[in-house]
Design a protein around this ligand. Structure first.
Ligand code: ZN
Ligand code: ZN
Ligand code: FE
Length: 753
């Protein structure tokens, strides 16, 4: 028998990894030891070759769900004799701790324990080393019960014996609890509070059945629930929440129920069932209450992930329930019971809370399958704060992100740790949330900033925070152009280093020429970028109003490419505007008052949506482009004209033909499909031109516009068919929620000059 050393790196802390190793070793009758060190987990073991092979196979096959093994290297060590297997208490490795597990959906073993373990019958906070809250309850590291919000709950004897028994599934499961000792739900009716898990569940079920609205405390914030097939309830919820139009996610018991109202492919099923349990955007099969998706052809679906969700569906097995974050428009999630009571009493008929604090907020994550691959749209619960492994050393880099869908990143060695999705910083309390989260992650990960990276836009609040940090601590700062950062983010997560053809398509991002970019074909690496092609500049008046009022884009596009007096009156959207509005707009634009030049794809999509009569205003971000996409008729091959001259892709012909089609009575759905094809073809042609010139073969698709499945799917397919290597985001969102990773990667590599 030899002594072998196995070195494992990856996310292996706070996920029950060492006890897991202990149990596998014990099962195979192996003696040795396991230890956490700064650079991963080390196992020393006495074994023959065959047992060693089995041991390693079991490690790969059975590793805890939330762990992630990057590398496992076995070597022969100097001969030692072990008499048993033991876990060596880790030295103080806290200076280098980089792993905090995200929250994990309740596991099947726990669901079965919930029906069989005497002290946990129907216990809605059941968890084990493989599941339960993590990031949302952590106050500090190392991850230990005393440093979580479970600190307030003393374990009963039964829980304690499980917690201390290394062969138990709950060995060192920090949130371990049961009916006798753990957190408990209570209902808050305004004037009185009643405590009891069974009671809370009963009331929850009753209210939903009655068509009422319930606020339910979740893992990382509060949710609002109501019957998703009851139009009156959903409309009432919309009214009370003052959320005009943005689709609501729904929760249902299982895949089978989801399939009754949505189309599901294999990839979407995996995503729905994954332990991260994101909301998955699916194509609707049948409409629920109209106000759930408000006319869009998709529905966001999430499966149960907390024990109480399962208990709820035991009582209402066929129900489909609106499951939406209980934040008021643009504000961050509500976290404390007191906040919920104060802010939600006018919205919910019933508030159900529990007596354990949420320390860190985390919204439900959102994902979508595009071109056959899962793409994150909002990265939060289940994902944050998992690190993204990158190739370069990013130690000490703080990347501030953007502004609208903000998230920042900090670098620890060759890992980028992104904050959870934070939201629109222009909202005061969201900006507070941003700063608070920075302090938290700084403390958790023992982060000391050395270099500050930010967006090129000086007026973003995140840029302001970056300025503050760099002046406060006298740190060097670099600003990264918005679309360069988008491309770099996608390169970083795919470990690409050589230059790529980067397509950065979104609504707005400040360009180096002072104009507002967003239809960009770049050749980029981490050092630098060159703008090869861009969508034609369109002057649009209104600054902050532009994305909320897409009619501005429509008017501007028509004025740019057509004789506006010839067509405007005949287009439906002109009736949404007063003649005064129109003449003031034209006058202002002529004088270039509050007018900027835009090359953003978002503006082009806005314009076409409006011309099609789909939507003149966007009540939520990107509403017009989303509705335009939803309308598109499947199976249409035709497209419109466009031109590519010098470095400009012009959609002048497109706009003319779109207007002509609409005036000739072609349906908005057919026009939308032709328009989407046009954008795909024009981008593919631009890519071909760049490729011919540069001999580059890798194409990165990034920016918020690549949340559009028609665009992304169509372009990825076309380019792959021409043998390009196409890269979509997989670990961070294509929208501004992923941009901090790119800023960080650029800062880590250093810019030219
Ligand atoms: Zn479990
Ligand atoms: Zn207990
Ligand atoms: Fe962007």
């Amino acid at each position: 028998m030899n002594t072998y050393i196995i070195h494992i790196t990856g996310l292996v802390q706070g996920v029950g990894f060492r006890p897991f190793i202990y149990r596998v070793a014990t099962e195979l009758g192996l003696a040795g030891e396991v230890e956490n060190r700064n650079d991963g987990v080390y196992i020393s073991i006495n074994a023959d070759r065959r047992t060693l092979a089995t041991f390693i196979r079991y490690i790969w096959e059975r590793a805890p769900v939330a762990s992630h093994i990057d590398h496992l290297v076995t070597s022969e060590g100097k001969n030692r004799r072990f008499s048993s297997f033991r876990i060596i208490k880790s030295e103080n490795v806290s200076g280098e701790i980089t792993g905090v597990s995200p929250d994990i959906a309740v596991c099947d073993d726990c669901l079965s324990d919930m029906k069989s373990q005497v002290h946990r019958i129907n216990y809605p906070f059941i968890n084990c080393t493989n599941c339960g809250p993590r990031f949302t309850i952590v106050k500090d590291l190392p991850y230990d019960r005393a440093k979580t919000t479970m600190h307030d709950f003393a374990m009963c004897d039964k829980c304690k014996s499980e917690y201390t028994d290394i062969l138990d599934r709950r060995f060192h499961a920090q949130p371990v609890a049961c009916n006798n000792c753990g957190p408990v739900y209570s209902i808050d009716t305004g004037d009185k509070e009643m405590v009891g898990n069974a009671l809370a569940l009963e009331e929850l079920v009753r209210k939903i059945r009655e068509g009422g609205i319930v606020a339910l405390k979740g893992t990382g914030g509060f949710h609002l629930l109501c019957d998703a097939t009851n139009e009156a309830s959903v409309r009432e919820l919309r009214m009370r929440k003052q959320r005009e139009g943005k689709p609501f996610a729904v929760m249902c018991a299982d895949l089978k129920t989801a399939q009754t109202f949505a189309f599901l492919d294999q990839e979407e099923k995996y995503l729905l069932l994954s332990w991260q349990r994101p909301v998955v955007i699916l194509r609707s099969k049948k409409e629920l209450a109209f106000s759930v998706s408000n006319g869009l052809d998709t529905v966001g679906v999430i499966l149960p992930y907390m024990p109480i969700h399962y208990l709820l569906f035991e009582k209402l097995p066929n129900h489909i329930i609106v499951f939406t974050s209980a934040n008021l428009s643009e504000e961050p999630l509500l976290r404390s019971n007191a906040e919920a009571r104060e802010r939600l009493s006018g919205i919910a008929d019933l508030i159900i809370t529990y007596n354990r604090d949420i320390h860190n907020r985390a919204d439900d994550s959102v994902a979508s399958v595009m071109a056959g691959q899962p793409v994150l749209i909002r990265r939060s619960r289940g994902y944050a704060p998992s690190s993204v492994r990158i190739k370069m050393d990013a130690e000490g880099i703080f990347a501030a992100g953007a502004e609208l869908a903000s998230s920042f990143a900090i670098g620890k060695g060759k890992e980028a740790i992104l904050s959870q999705f934070i939201g629109d910083l222009k909202n005061q309390s969201t900006f507070e949330f941003y700063k608070e989260t920075y302090d938290l992650l700084k403390r958790l990960f023992r982060f000391t900033p050395k270099i500050i990276a930010r967006d090129y836009h000086p007026d973003y609040l995140s840029s302001g925070f970056a300025n503050f940090l760099s002046s406060e601590f006298d740190l060097p700062q670099i600003s990264v152009q918005h679309h360069h950062a988008h491309v770099a983010a996608c390169m970083a997560e795919h470990h690409l280093e050589e230059p790529v053809i980067g397509l950065g398509l979104d609504g707005v991002g400040l360009g180096t020429d002072g104009n507002i970019w967003g239809g960009e074909i770049l050749v980029a690496d981490f050092h630098d970028f060159k703008r090869e092609y861009h969508f034609d500049y369109i002057p649009i008046l209104g600054a902050d109003k532009v994305s909320k009022e897409p009619w501005r884009s429509a008017l501007s596009y028509i004025m740019r490419y057509m004789d506006v007096d010839q067509v405007l009156d005949r287009l439906d959207f002109s009736r949404d505007l007063t003649s005064e509005q129109i003449s003031m707009y034209r006058h202002g634009l002529g004088k270039r008052i509050n007018t900027h030049l835009y090359s953003g794809a978002g503006r082009l999509f806005d314009a076409v949506a409006v011309i099609c009569g789909i939507s003149s205003v966007s009540l939520f971000h990107s509403e017009a482009p989303m509705r335009l996409e939803a309308k598109a008729v499947k199976g249409i091959k035709e497209s419109y004209g466009y031109t590519i001259e010098s470095d400009i892709i012009s959609f002048g012909k497109t706009i003319n033909q779109v207007v002509e089609d609409i005036l000739n009575g072609r349906s908005d759905g057919e026009v939308s499909a032709r328009f989407h094809n046009t954008v795909v073809f024009s981008l593919a042609e631009a890519v071909e031109r760049v490729a011919t010139k540069t001999k580059l073969n890798r194409v990165v698709l990034t920016g918020g516009s690549f949340q559009n499945r028609l665009l992304t799917g169509g372009l990825a397919k076309l380019l792959s068919g021409k043998n390009y290597q196409v890269y979509l985001h997989r670990e961070v969102p294509p929208n501004d929620g992923g941009i901090a990773l790119g800023q960080l990667a650029v800062a880590a590599t250093g810019t030219k000059g």
